[in-house]
Design a protein. Structure first.
Lengths: 62, 187
């Protein structure tokens, strides 16, 4: 199995400030993250990425 | 102690059943006003993704598109507009409340080329080699079995079909207290 033409078309930092936009995270969880993560990680906890890829035209069986 | 797959799935369904709108804060970060125009408020205000995969998917009229974890439908509905009446946009989600919302939103837009299915991305209720393009927005990070999801993506895509996934990538290490926190798995 495999894919081809794998490209990361977007790659952005995602920090605590971005998480506050989401109703999925409580104030308590955000405060917990702020406390447990070192300050230099607050602006870049994770990356948001967009990846594209293609299944080969002559794909082998998975 | 690590969470089990069942515990994580139950937590995800519970979270996405109860989630309330946070206004347009997420949608306005990732979608242009033109892309949001004409979409039902419920779809826009329950945008919970981390990117805009439809923008990069290159969808064409007549194609079959599949949206993994379609939620309230913001990306499925945009995909439906791109593939047009001769194509089809399929949304797949495991949360009944989100499925209900997405179906209502498609109906509100008068889109007859939208089908919302209940199921998991680890075992998609989709025939082999039947989809031209797969999109997903902040969803694959929710599963413990990511390799299985990509096996399923490979199975349902037509030869030459493509996928466009927006998701999160951990920057370095996260403490165990974060990795084992239920919210870290549901958000």
């Amino acid at each position: 199995m495999g894919f081809e033409e794998i490209v990361a078309v977007e790659w952005k930092s995602f920090g605590l400030g971005d998480l506050t936009r989401y109703p999925l995270f409580t104030k308590e969880f955000l405060a917990f993250l702020k406390k447990i993560m070192p300050p230099h990680r607050h602006e870049e906890l994770v990356f948001s990425i967009v990846v594209t890829a293609r299944k080969p035209r002559e794909a082998a069986a998975a | 102690m690590s969470l089990t797959e069942t515990e994580i799935k139950e937590s995800i369904i519970d979270t996405y059943t109860k989630v309330a709108s946070n206004g347009r804060l997420v949608a306005e970060r990732f979608y242009s006003p033109e892309e949001l125009q004409g979409l039902p408020t419920s779809a826009v205000e329950l945008a919970l993704g981390v990117g805009n995969p439809v923008r990069h998917a290159g969808l064409r009229p007549g194609e079959v598109a599949l949206d993994l974890g379609s939620g309230a439908g913001i990306d499925t509905l945009q995909a439906a507009r791109k593939v047009g009446p001769s194509g089809k946009a399929i949304g797949l989600d495991m949360t009944p409340e989100m499925i209900r919302r997405a179906r209502a939103n498609a109906q509100a837009m008068g889109l007859a080329n939208v089908e919302i299915l209940e199921g998991s991305m680890e075992a998609m209720p989709i025939p082999d080699a039947s989809v031209d393009a797969i999109i997903s927005n902040g969803v694959i990070n929710l599963t413990m079995r990511k390799s299985q999801v990509f096996r399923e993506i490979h199975r349902v895509l037509k030869p030459g079909g493509r996928f466009c996934v927006a998701d999160m990538l951990i920057n370095g290490e996260l403490p165990d207290e974060v990795l084992n926190h239920p919210t870290a798995w549901t958000g």
